[in-house]
Write a new protein. Structure first.
Length: 127
């Protein structure tokens, strides 16, 4: 599945309100950086699979790299082989929020609901 920028834009609205230089989760050792609030554990997976060496701080102000990381993370974890079905936008959102098994976690249901509201306001069809 090709992931359109317009979908990742919705994730960015939920994560940071679309702001490029946000630092979140300041109470955690692994803070979240940038428009998609990317933390180092996510990048560790991305780096391992892509032979790169990005740090979470690299995401600050870098929308293009952040979107590349999102797509790469989905290529790793939002696959039909892993999920047992064709990944949906909701699956991807819940994986982004809850990690590789996020699509199964009840803790990510609220995140998916936030995404549905943002998608509705943006007239984006999640199905």
């Amino acid at each position: 599945m090709t992931i359109p920028d317009s979908f990742i834009d919705l994730i960015a609205q939920v994560e940071s309100g679309g702001r490029l230089t946000v630092i979140g989760d300041k109470h955690l050792a692994a803070k979240a950086y940038g428009i998609l609030q990317i933390r180092q554990p996510c990048l560790d997976d991305f780096n391992r699979w892509n032979g790169t060496n990005h740090s979470a701080k690299d995401m600050l102000g870098n929308k293009e790299l952040s979107y590349t990381v999102f797509r790469g993370y989905m290529r790793i974890y939002a696959t039909e082989a892993r999920l047992g079905h064709q990944p949906t936008y909701e699956d991807m959102a819940r994986i982004w929020n809850g990690g590789p098994r996020g699509y199964m976690k009840t803790s990510t249901v609220g995140y998916a609901e936030k995404l549905r509201k943002v998608a509705l306001a943006a007239d984006f069809k999640l199905v």
